[in-house]
Each structure stands twice: as structure tokens, then as C-alpha cells.
Design a protein around this ligand. Structure first.
Ligand SMILES: O=P(O)(O)OP(=O)(O)OP(=O)(O)OC[C@H]1O[C@@H](n2cnc3c(O)ncnc32)[C@H](O)[C@@H]1O
Ligand SMILES: [Mg+2]
Length: 214
């Protein structure tokens, strides 16, 4: 299997929270990827039906346009009582329709998406199922590496936990403030990045990527 080389990797993500975490996770291996935003690459439409499909599609577009190996992450929150939704639609649940919703509070809007709103949507759907509804949830992360010749490798990770509300902490991004990983009292929003990187879905997927490609 081919190995990743330092300095020759495009990170095909437009999510600053993810980009920060992936830089942290690759840092110890001497790999400093250039991001899709730095290369002005467009954000592709995520038309896949699985996390792996979408990660592959994002990495493939970046590899085609840049001529460099590309890494993409497709991830999301799966709520078991909601049939694993929002799942691959996790980012889309945070889209604000300004004619319906007046917008987010300070600090909640990330790249035109409102995760205060997305977390309320999750809470409301669960509450509609009644007080006995399980709050069990997991995050999934699929990583795809696509080489300029079109070959690809995929790695998946997962972390299990429980949803809490009101959301707590502002250290992470996305749904972190409402996700408490199993065995911990803190939400991902309250954890220091180093601690999240020990147990997260992204860290789990990266361990597999590192074993194969680094
Ligand atoms: O596609 P890219 O450009 O990488 O950025 P994105 O934000 O659209 O990313 P996804 O399509 O993979 O959507 C995943 C969403 O799931 C959420 N998510 C993924 N990983 C998360 C994490 O570690 N903590 C909290 N929320 C997370 C977050 O809200 C993301 O926007
Ligand atoms: Mg996306």
C-alpha cells in the first residue's frame, strides 16, 4: 500500500473545526496538509448515501483538481431512537431558513450553519417520542484518501455516548456540546482537544489510517 508523504496532502474539508482537529491528529507524523479553502477548491454537493461515499466524493474532487493526494472526512451524529438520523444529514440539519428561523445566537453560527438550531431539532425530535426515549447516540467518522490516479482507501471510526441538554461547553464544534461520551461526565464541548482526540470517532478512524498509510 502506498504511504502518505509529508507536505503532499490536500485536506478536502471546508469545516474549520474539523480542519483544526485533523491538523492536530496528523501533526505528530510531520504531515501539514494544505486545506481545500487555502487552494480555493469548491465545496462539492454531498450526493452519497453513506459516510464513506461522501468522504470519497469530497477527496476525489480535491485530488482531481489539485493533482495531489487528498484526504476527506465525512462524519455525523447518529441518534439511535431517531433511526440513526441526522447521520449523513448532520450538517444539513444546521441550515437556517431565514424565513422560518430568525437566526442563531452569538457563537452558534459556523460557516452559515447554526448548530444551536441543529441541536434543538435533535432535542425536539427526541422529546416528541416521550420521556422514555433513549438518548443513546454515536458519532461516525469516515476518512477517504484518494490518490491522483483515482485509487482510494477508506477508514471508519465511531464513539458511543449519550445526548444531554441543555448543551454544555464551547471547546469543540458542531454537536459537541450535546454529546457526552460513554464513561465521561464532560461533553465533547467541555473537553480539552487532547482528551477528545484520545476517544473521538475521528481519532478512531485516524488510528486506522495511520496504521495503514504512515
Ligand atoms: O464536508 P466538509 O467540508 O468536511 O464539512 P462539513 O461540516 O459539511 O462536514 P460533513 O459534511 O462531514 O458534516 C458533518 C457534520 O457533523 C457534525 N460533526 C462531525 N464531527 C463532529 C464532531 O467531532 N463534533 C461535533 N460535531 C461533529 C458537524 O456538525 C458537521 O458539520
Ligand atoms: Mg459537508
Amino acid at each position: 500500500m502506498r504511504k502518505l508523504e509529508p507536505g503532499r496532502l490536500v485536506l478536502a474539508s471546508h469545516n474549520q473545526g474539523k480542519v483544526r482537529e485533523i491538523r492536530d491528529l496528523l501533526g505528530p507524523y510531520g504531515i501539514e496538509p494544505v486545506s481545500a479553502a487555502e487552494l480555493d477548491l469548491p465545496e462539492p454537493e454531498e450526493t452519497g448515501t453513506t459516510f464513506v461515499d461522501n468522504a470519497d466524493l469530497k477527496a476525489r474532487q480535491a485530488a482531481d483538481l489539485s493533482g495531489l493526494p487528498a484526504l476527506a472526512d465525512d462524519s455525523g451524529l447518529c441518534v439511535e431512537a431517531l433511526g440513526n438520523r441526522p447521520g449523513i444529514f448532520s450538517a444539513r440539519w444546521a441550515l437556517v431558513d431565514p424565513s422560518v428561523d430568525p437566526g442563531a445566537g452569538p457563537g452558534e453560527v459556523q460557516g452559515g450553519r447554526d448548530f444551536g438550531l441543529a441541536m434543538r431539532r435533535v432535542q425536539e425530535e427526541l422529546e416528541a417520542l416521550g420521556p422514555e426515549a433513549s438518548r443513546a447516540a454515536h458519532f461516525v467518522c469516515a476518512l477517504a484518501v484518494v490518490w491522483p490516479d483515482g485509487r482510494s482507501e477508506w477508514f471508519e471510526g465511531r464513539v458511543d455516548g449519550t445526548l444531554v441538554w441543555p448543551p454544555r461547553g464551547d471547546k469543540g464544534f458542531g454537536y459537541d456540546p450535546m454529546f457526552q461520551p460513554a464513561g465521561y461526565d464532560l461533553t465533547f464541548g467541555e473537553m480539552d482537544p487532547d482528551e477528545k482526540h484520545r476517544i473521538s470517532h475521528r481519532a478512531d478512524a485516524f488510528r486506522k489510517l495511520v496504521a495503514a498509510l504512515l
